[in-house]
Write a new protein. Structure first.
Length: 125
């Protein structure tokens, strides 16, 4: 299999230590220059791997702050714009994922469910 490599970022692109380490685990060893940061030493990630990394870091990472059991509090998809705020040290990394994958990060949890319309019995007769 010699499919052309379609890497968009590498582990060196990230500023956050945790993201960088995880990117090294998920990424593929390749000496090509990264199209984003220009480094050749980083492990390369294609869109699929980047999505996996983002999911592990932002979605499952947000479990730590969850008081409601095992529901993730942060999600991302291609239909939403980013509406969460992250610490400044994470801002650039989040934007990188956002722009590379064309996704938005948003809160996903019990508070949203409460906002959904619920059918209530109409007792007025
Ligand atoms: Zn890079």
């Amino acid at each position: 299999m010699n499919a052309p490599a379609d890497f968009c970022v590498c582990s060196e692109c990230f500023r956050d230590e945790g993201l960088r380490l995880d990117a090294q685990r998920i990424g593929i060893e390749d000496t090509a220059f990264c199209s984003n940061c220009g480094a050749s030493i980083g492990r390369k990630l294609d869109a699929d791997r980047l999505a996996t990394l983002a999911h592990r870091f932002f979605v499952w990472g947000s479990l730590l702050r969850c008081d409601f059991g095992a529901a993730p509090l942060i999600q991302f998809n291609q239909h939403q714009k980013t509406s969460i705020t992250v610490p400044s040290w994470l801002e650039a990394d989040m934007r990188l994922v956002e722009q590379t994958l064309g996704v938005g990060f948003f809160h996903y949890g019990p508070r949203l469910w409460m906002g959904s319309p619920q059918k209530t019995e109409n007792k007025a007769r």
